[in-house]
Design a protein around this ligand. Sequence first.
Ligand code: ADP
Length: 258
Amino acid sequence: MKMVEIKKILHNKIHYYEQLDSTNLKALELAKQGAVEGTVVVAARQTAGRGRLRRKWESPEGKGLWFSMILRPTIAAEYCAQITLLTAVAVVKALQVVTDKKFSIKWPNDIMLDGKKVCGILAEMALAADGSIEYAVVGIGININMSSEDFGAQLEATATSLYLATGIEYEHEQVLKAFLDEFDLLYSHWHCCGFALIRQDWLDYSCTLGHKVTVRDNDTEIYSGVAEDMDDYGSLLVRNAAGKIESFDFGEISIRSC
Ligand code: ADP
């Protein structure tokens, strides 16, 4: 068995803000200015928290852990989708350490608890001229103490928090530390040994595989079938009714299941 050197890259460079428009935007700005790998940006409140495809991420003050990390992975750009997937695995592992609940991953970027979204992940990359990854910013929003009123009528049906699911108010610091520990471990492993074990964890936690899914491009349905597997790059393999298998990465699509 290969020994993995675990680099504690994330624990020492944590910047706290009372309020930001978006932790991803701040982290992207810092990364552009040369901030080192492992820089973490946390905000008590985001006024314009972002999801994919310009969707909004609700991030009221003190109710969740809203943060982004700057990474400078030395991995070929074709594997960049794996960053979201390994982050999702780290979130699940961390939340399962902190709570006694079971969490699952809805492909590609949502963490689910009791069938509702408890965490979203948004990875953004900048590529260097030679096509390698110059830096990546991974934003994570974990609903910790959100109540039904905090979600409002629209989100209540699809979103939950650790508090709503357990009745316990968790400390943000405790959740952050648990995540950073898990992420450091997986990130080191990814660099040394590749994606195979992380992919296996991801498959174990997935609530997408085996389900009928609809692939959408914005709001237009472009394909439907059963999600059968995830390939080595992190693309989802979907078999349609005619038996044809297509693979989807997550630049341009969203997918509904779980
Ligand atoms: P998708 O679920 O399609 O992948 P995103 O991951 O980009 O979308 O997340 C944005 C969507 O998540 C929003 O359109 C909204 O429906 C929902 N949302 C916004 N804020 C929250 C939150 N704090 N908790 C759970 N869901 C949220």
